[in-house]
Design a protein around this ligand. Structure first.
Ligand code: PMP
Length: 410
């Protein structure tokens, strides 16, 4: 038995982390994994999360019973308000279905599974994914695999333009226009992974216009609310705008990054329906799917986030913690840009470093240069030239800048 099972390649991001850990070079730098690090390269437990944890620990009434199938209602209701806005027409009119999921990955999966069963496909079941998308190893993991696993074929739409290291806006619009009516497009709500390139407000409006005209369905993936700009509302702008326009959509939400709860797997799937009656039917089917997959979602992380979202003081404190993280990342972007342009006079234009947004930056270097950084510089990054800005700090940024300068000069 199993003799014919081929050996799968190891996950490239986790392989990169293992290689980094095994490296004994004292100035090694890990820019691979998308997890926040403080200025001393340490994981950061948000002070507000520490407070919420101690409240939970002291709660004598707490038990370990199962949560409802769709999760902790105090968490999902508050999470819906966080992404859709507390005055969202969809929430007020009772047309939003919110289900607690295994972080953002689980939300993507449940959303994909639901579409695979119930979406009225116009032709073969297909999802349009940005080129590139959340997939360290193209096509193998994350978005592509999540949809392929449930029988939805991924196809790519133009997104990133290597020439400008920015958005291929015309290509994107063209893909929206040429796709058959009622196609499903996955859009990163903010802080696009891996490029850090987001549409501007004006560009979002134009995108929404074509989506409306072609009756496309929007599958929003929002893994970085607050991380892009430091402002939770600003980063939710595109989602809220689409809801205001009445466009059909769902949103996958993760609290891994903005609450630093990576391993706790806290997330939600929000599906906006045309009316309450449809919402109830959708919710009943999502419950059936969830029951067969995970039965009930985990309670600890959802309780923490629920405390933070539902308590005005903790919520304000969380916003400050998010500003701390986003602010440090923005500071690192500025400093790297300064080093390359003013100190090292590295050939090329580096403005994209400060124009891009969120945890990641696409440096624009090629795979050979990325490889050289790993092998010669002990700087660990993915082969597509993506760096996690959170891996840079005031102690290693000069070293990184000088190594990047060296590989660019060749
Ligand atoms: N979507 C995107 C675009 C992401 O970058 C991530 C995190 N890397 C996720 C979803 C989900 O991550 P998690 O399952 O840890 O919430």
């Amino acid at each position: 038995l199993w003799q014919d099972v081929p050996l799968a390649p190891p996950d490239s991001i986790f392989q990169l982390t293992a290689a980094y850990k095994a490296d004994t070079f004292k100035d090694k730098v890990n820019l691979g994994v998308g997890a926040y690090r403080d200025n001393d390269n340490k994981p950061w437990v948000l002070p507000v999360v520490k407070k919420a944890t101690s409240i939970l620990l002291n709660d004598e009434a707490l038990d370990h019973e199962y949560l409802p199938i769709t999760g902790l209602a105090e968490f999902t209701n508050a999470a819906a308000k966080l992404i859709l806005g507390s005055h969202s027409p969809a929430i007020k009119e009772g047309r939003t279905v919110s289900v607690q999921t295994i972080s953002g990955t689980g939300a993507n999966h449940l959303g994909a599974l639901f579409l695979s069963k119930f979406y009225k496909w116009n032709g073969p079941a297909r999802i349009y994914l940005s080129n590139p998308t959340w997939d360290a190893e193209r096509w193998l993991a994350n978005h592509h695999a999540i949809f392929r696993n449930v029988g939805i074929e991924p196809v790519e739409y133009a997104y990133y333009d290597p020439k400008t290291i920015g958005l291929d806006f015309d290509g994107f619009i063209d893909a929206l226009k040429t796709a058959p009516e009622r196609s499903v497009f996955l859009l990163h709500a903010c802080a696009h992974n891996p490029t850090g390139v987001d549409p501007t407000t004006e560009q979002w409006k134009a995108i929404a216009e074509v989506i409306a005209a072609k009756k496309h369905y929007t599958f929003f993936d929002c893994a970085y609310q607050g991380f892009a700009s430091g402002d939770l509302d600003k980063d939710a702008w595109a989602v809220r705008y689409f809801v205001e326009l009445g466009l059909p959509l769902l949103v996958c939400q993760s609290f891994a990054k903005n609450a630093g709860l990576y391993g706790e797997r806290v997330g939600a799937l929000h599906l906006v329906s045309p009316n309450t009656e449809t919402a109830n039917r959708v919710k009943s089917q999502l419950s059936v799917l969830q029951r067969s997959e995970i039965s009930n979602p985990p309670s600890h992380g959802a309780r923490l986030v629920s405390l933070i979202l539902n308590d005005a003081r903790l919520f304000e404190e969380w916003k400050r913690d998010i500003e701390t993280m986003a602010g440090r990342i923005i500071e690192m972007r500025r400093e790297l840009h300064r080093l390359l342009t003013e100190k090292l006079h590295t050939p090329g234009n580096w403005d994209h470093i400060v124009n891009q947004i969120g945890m990641f930056s696409f440096t624009g270097i090629n795979p050979a240069q990325s490889k050289a950084l790993v092998e010669k510089g002990h700087i660990y990054l993915t082969g597509n030239g993506r760096i996690s800005m959170a891996g840079l700090n005031t102690h290693n940024i000069e070293y990184f800048g000088s190594q990047l300068d060296a590989v660019v000069r060749g």
